[in-house]
Design a protein around this ligand. Structure first.
Ligand code: SAM
Length: 472
């Protein structure tokens, strides 16, 4: 039985509610009046229910689909302006005891090179990342109680935050590790992590169990209830996502929104971010073996409707996507992207040959961070290296309420400009620098509050003169 506030996975992600919703959406896919009403409701930026969003996903009326896209662009602009937050993944270890059939880290894969970074190696990776200009990382690791216990993750976080190389610093570490206990989530919180990210992979329990035949991850309830435990452990910024391609997109799209609704109803805070990874080719993984891979046009629509349905959430896309599809989804709702990424363990210091592959998936976008920043500037997005909210304690419901009432805009634009200025002073190529200087000059006058505008101008001068790390 469906119960949005239940603590049990099978009740807040009810299979029968998902199937009923799929049927309702199918029956109403040409119901123009209903679809117009849903779009009208969405215009108020208060979000949509999973049922309403599912109808939009099924809609096959071209003019209404166009309206959906326009609305997604509008909501993106209203909540996030044209800022795009930059981050990079850091793979600590690919040792893993799980049997996930879509992931090359699975325990039975003998062809992948296993590697775990020492603290010294982490130091070198972080210096390489700082030298690119990164300020925000997402830590990634396989699940292995002996090789990658929580103590290893905590020590690694400490190492990362301690490294100050030239003007570099990692100011926010997000963590994507396997589902764990409330006690361990509390330790991660105490270690100063930003967001705890965990992808559900799929919300379909039967399929989930087939895709995870062995290892601790096979427990559907334990995995699905992880965000509840993270919240109980004091982590109030959590990031959810599904791996599109494992299950029909209709099922997982609805499950994802039900998960967001559950977190908001139970804890008063929805997901800080929603990621939309699509399955990729990898070492011993062939996407042709998966019959649910999502075509580009559907993928764009999914991004647009998530933007409309959960306006307050940040949306993340990785280098799994090509430059072309990234360009499309940036305007439809994405607010964070990775750049210059390596998905191999130790990949920022040493480029791997194909034989010594330790990577988690093949990259579609292999451009450098400088190239990505230059490309974003050409598309009139502001690349932002901001980490201010989390460092100012604007997390969880504090962050959400500021975002929902639009006040966040007075901090975000100046912070984006200040961190972009730092980036171009320390790391950018001359061409990127020139484009960014022009953008900063042009957008400074867009800061609504006069006092904030004057302060931002003062900070920009100080950065020009060698000072760093200002924030609103
Ligand atoms: N091991 C952790 C866990 O169990 O959640 C998380 C880290 S894993 C390195 C990060 C994510 O990569 C997984 O949650 C999965 O969604 C994604 N992934 C795995 N195999 C992939 C593939 N072949 N293509 C794209 N993404 C993949």
């Amino acid at each position: 039985m469906y119960n949005i506030k239940s603590a049990k996975a099978e009740e807040f992600i009810s299979d029968s509610e998902i199937r009923d919703t799929m049927q309702y959406a199918h029956e109403n896919r040409n119901n123009r009046e209903l679809i117009k009403d849903i779009l009208e409701k969405a215009r108020s930026c208060k979000g949509l229910s999973h049922r309403e969003a599912a109808v939009l996903l099924e809609c096959d009326q071209p003019d209404l689909v166009e309206q959906m896209y326009d609305l997604a662009r509008e909501i993106k602009k209203r909540f996030y302006g044209n800022r795009i937050v930059m981050f990079a993944p850091l793979y600590l270890s690919n040792y893993c005891v799980n049997g996930c059939v879509y992931c090359p880290y699975h325990a039975k894969n003998k062809s992948i090179r296993r590697k775990k970074l020492s603290q010294e190696e982490i130091r070198n990776e972080v210096i390489a990342l700082q030298d690119m200009g990164h300020k925000r990382l997402a830590l990634e690791a396989g699940e292995h109680p002996l090789q990658n216990p929580i103590e290893y993750i905590l020590e690694s976080i400490k190492t990362i935050y301690s490294i100050k190389h030239k003007n570099g610093a990692i100011r926010r570490v997000n963590v994507n590790i396997a589902a764990t206990t409330v006690e361990n989530y509390r330790k991660l919180k105490d270690a100063g992590i930003g967001t705890y990210i965990l992808f559900q992979e799929t919300y379909n329990k039967t399929n989930y169990e087939a895709l995870h035949p062995s290892g601790p991850k096979k427990d559907y309830a334990y995995h699905t209830e992880a965000m509840d435990r993270a919240m109980q452990g004091g982590i109030d910024d959590v990031g959810i996502g599904v791996l599109f391609g494992l299950e029909t997109y209709r099922y997982d799209f609805i499950g994802l929104l039900m998960h967001a609704e559950h977190l908001e109803a139970t804890f008063g805070v929805g997901p800080h971010t929603i990621s939309v990874p699509r399955l990729c080719m990898a070492d011993d993984i062939d996407t042709a073996d998966f019959k649910n891979c999502v075509p580009d046009d559907i993928f764009y629509r999914i991004v647009a409707i998530i933007r409309i349905a959960v306006p307050y959430t940040g949306m993340i896309i990785s280098t799994r996507e090509s430059a072309k599809s990234r360009e499309k989804v940036l305007e439809l709702g994405i607010s964070q992207i990775s750049g210059g990424s390596r998905t191999s363990v130790g990949g920022y210091v040493t480029e791997e040959s194909e034989e010594e592959n330790s990577a988690q998936f093949d990259l579609s976008d292999r451009r450098t961070l400088d190239e990505i920043v230059g490309w974003l500037l050409d598309l009139d997005h502001i690349p932002s290296f901001c980490t201010a909210c989390y460092r100012e304690g604007r997390t969880g419901d504090r962050f959400m309420s500021l975002l929902k009432n639009g006040q966040i805009a007075n901090c975000c634009l100046p912070n984006a400009l200040l961190t972009l200025k730092e980036y171009i002073k320390d790391y950018a190529s001359p061409a990127t620098r020139e484009k960014a200087e022009a953008m900063i000059k042009r957008l400074l006058s867009d800061i609504p509050n006069e006092k904030a505008r004057a302060t931002a101008a003062k900070y920009l001068d100080a950065i020009e003169n060698g000072e760093r790390d200002f924030r609103f």
